[in-house]
Design a protein. Structure first.
Lengths: 309, 390
């Protein structure tokens, strides 16, 4: 403390600044990010840019395509194929709702009631993934075949009369109708609904149910006030994981539907692979992307997931 | 308050009566059929080590667990078959179980809203004031500290004016200092609202500090029930004697009876035990476990043995270990009748000769002696104390 009474020592010449420590470490995070960024660039950014440029090209297959900033392709695609767009959204939305109605009770069962059967049921939910998408959809063709047992039963119960009246089926057929396509979509995307639902239901502390019960909430109220609100993150991610791929799907419509049930995925597929009209196909893809982005943003805003725990 | 017309007359209205209530899971018996009456307005503690059935008993009162046999009465009403949401009983859960998606206000209002109460604002605000959380009303549970969450859990249950408030180890997750503070807080709230509290805990100090009546449970049975001081002074089993504090036991043999006192032979000496404080059979030659609490005993160096007044129980021994803990010094004395005799001596005048190795005489007032049946495990309840109460 003696120095306190002395004059301050003359200012020492500034020590040449040492190079900052851990210099090497500064770049490490970016280096570690590099493979991922490269992946994204090569497999996401590049194709998107390529498709974007394709969508504004004109020309023909023989003469080759050139970028002419021909944005009218978008308008033409939309005015030619808007019914397919609407149909896609409708089918995907119906399938999503059906998935939610079927998947929620099952996820609830697995999360809270299955006990030692939990793993077995989970495996059964995931098992269809071991078979190819195509095969599974073809199997539905057999299930819904004309004069098959399913159609027979539905016919006998006069269910088909009702669905026909609603415009979901035609005559005594299920195959090649909207119902068949929605059934296929529902079946194929059901696991995408169940898994996130299960994850968020399973995270709910069962004592919260007891607490709600203890605080005068009967089981139905407990579900409405506690369980369901707490499972909202699962509901939101499950519906997104179902709706997004379902709205772009073409296999179900291709195998189970008819020309009257064509979805936008079918149009894109045939434009790309059969008619070889690349600009229209690319434009359709972008419109679909934008539409989904728009719907999803609205949905997330509306469901207010950011407020959930 | 809708239930407390007759708080002053115990044994009426809102008593909790458990009659022959038991619970088995497959071949495991969690709770042996037991009878228990919790008087209205009392602070009742169920004390025991983990797995002794105390929480199961509590959950059967709440309706969260269905008893295998027996009935639960609240006042005159048989609620055994009622689901939890129809019982006028609320629970403070061990982990609080606050609803994470609702803010503090809505958590507290939950019970009122379920019962269709229209204007909850005033009641909720008053209740939050009572637990000193008025400022936090719009926060989510995870934004609060453990102690605050605990108070929300209490407020959420109390606002419904239940006939009985059940507390399932509500202070278990708090650190020691906060726990002491919350014990006083809960006691204050109980006195203020006059609701019956049934408190489950494994912490004997907590049970004794807070409760009017303590039921000590062990292996699915109630070992003993009584006021804390009564349990401490007159344990009827070695489990209670060891679980509540520390006890020293000497195995002795009945020698004679005279004028309400038993004279017992232990080692070479004689010990006197008031007959009223003995719960063991007393045929001549029968075995009795003589118990005495460490703080009742005086310790004196063998050289000064002549100063001990007459009529006191005395045994000799050698100090095996001593630890100075400030207010007192705890000695472990090796004596012929008991290997580890514990003695707590207040640090008023410290005798420097009382160090390990010193020959000493222990003496105490015979009135502080209690007698237990020698047929039981002398160490029952000892290890659990060491494991759980730190």
């Amino acid at each position: 403390m003696a120095t306190l009474t002395q004059a301050p020592p003359p200012v020492a010449p500034p020590v040449p600044e040492k190079r900052p420590p851990r210099r090497r470490g500064r770049w490490t995070p970016y280096l570690l990010l590099l493979p991922g960024l490269l992946w994204l660039f090569v497999f996401f950014a590049l194709p998107v840019i390529y498709q974007a440029s394709t969508s504004v090209q004109t020309g023909s297959l023989e003469e080759g395509y050139k970028v002419t900033w021909h944005f009218a392709t978008y308008w033409d695609a939309l005015s030619d194929y808007w019914p397919q767009f609407v149909r896609s959204v409708l089918y995907a939305a119906s399938a999503t709702v059906l998935c939610l109605l079927l998947g929620y009770p099952l996820a609830y069962l697995i999360a809270f009631r299955a006990g030692r059967w939990r793993n077995l049921i989970m495996i059964l939910v995931i098992a269809p993934f071991f078979t190819s998408f195509l095969i599974r959809t073809l199997a539905w063709k057999t299930i819904l075949a004309d004069g098959g047992p399913v159609v027979d039963v539905l016919n006998t119960l006069h269910v088909l009369d009702v669905t026909a009246w609603l415009g979901w089926t035609a005559g005594d057929r299920v195959l090649a109708t909207p119902l068949a396509v929605v059934c296929g979509l529902t079946y194929n995307f059901l696991p995408f609904m169940i898994l996130p639902l299960y994850t968020s239901l399973e995270r709910i502390d069962p004592r919260l149910h007891e607490a709600a019960n203890d605080l005068y909430a009967r089981p139905s109220t407990t579900f409405r006030r506690v369980t369901f609100p707490l499972s909202m993150p699962g509901v939101v991610s499950g519906t997104l994981l179902t709706f997004i791929p379902a709205s772009g799907d073409y296999i179900n419509s291709d195998l189970l539907g008819s020309t009257d049930t064509r979805m936008v995925g079918n149009v894109i597929q045939s434009q790309f692979l059969r008619i070889l009209d690349y600009p229209t196909a690319a434009a359709l893809s972008f419109i679909l992307m934008a539409a989904i982005l728009f719907i999803v943003t609205l949905y997330i805003r509306k469901s207010g997931t950011e407020d959930l725990v | 308050m809708k239930t407390t017309k007759d708080t002053t007359t115990p044994g009426h209205g809102g008593d909790v009566r458990l009659t022959g209530i038991g619970k088995t899971y497959g071949s495991f018996t969690a709770v042996h059929p037991l009878d228990l009456t919790v008087p209205q307005g009392s602070f009742f503690a169920l004390l025991g080590a983990s797995g002794c059935g105390k929480t199961t008993t509590l959950r059967m009162i709440a309706g969260l667990e269905e008893p295998t046999e027996g009935t639960v009465h609240l006042g005159d009403q048989d609620v055994t078959a009622l689901p939890p949401y129809k019982r006028p009983v609320n629970t403070v859960f061990q982990s609080y179980a606050l609803f994470p998606h609702l803010d503090i206000f809505e958590n507290v209002a939950f019970g009122l809203r379920r019962r269709g109460v229209k204007s909850v604002k005033k009641q909720v605000e008053e209740m939050l004031e009572l637990v000193q959380l008025g400022e936090q009303a719009r926060k989510k549970p995870h934004q609060l500290s453990g102690g605050q969450q605990q108070r929300v859990a209490v407020a959420r249950a109390l606002i419904n004016h239940p006939e009985v408030l059940l507390l399932d180890e509500p202070l278990g997750a708090l650190d020691l200092k906060l726990r002491r503070q919350m014990q006083l807080e809960l006691k204050r709230i109980q006195t203020e609202v006059g609701i019956t509290f049934v408190h489950v805990t494994h912490d004997q100090e907590e049970a004794m500090t807070m409760a009017d009546t303590v039921a000590v449970m062990n292996a699915g049975r109630v070992e003993q029930l009584g006021a804390p001081a009564d349990l401490y002074e007159n344990p009827r089993t070695t489990f209670v004697a060891n679980f509540l504090g520390t006890s020293n036991f000497i195995e002795a043999e009945v020698d004679s009876k005279s004028g309400g006192e038993l004279v017992l032979k232990a080692g070479g000496g004689k010990l006197v035990l008031p007959e009223a404080r003995n719960s063991a059979p007393t045929t001549a030659g029968g075995k009795v476990l003589v118990g005495v609490r460490p703080e009742k005993i005086s310790l004196i160096h063998a050289d000064d043995a002549g100063e001990i007044p007459g009529g006191r129980n005395r045994i000799t021994g050698r100090i095996a270990d001593s630890s100075f803990i400030g207010v007192s010094t705890q000695f472990v004395v090796d004596s012929p009748v008991c290997a580890d005799f514990e003695v707590y001596v207040q640090n008023i005048d410290r005798d420097a000769r009382l160090a390990p190795g010193a020959e000493v005489v222990l003496h105490w007032d015979p009135a502080h002696t209690f007698g237990l049946d020698a047929a039981q495990d002398i160490d029952a309840g000892v290890e659990t104390v060491e494991e759980e109460v730190v």
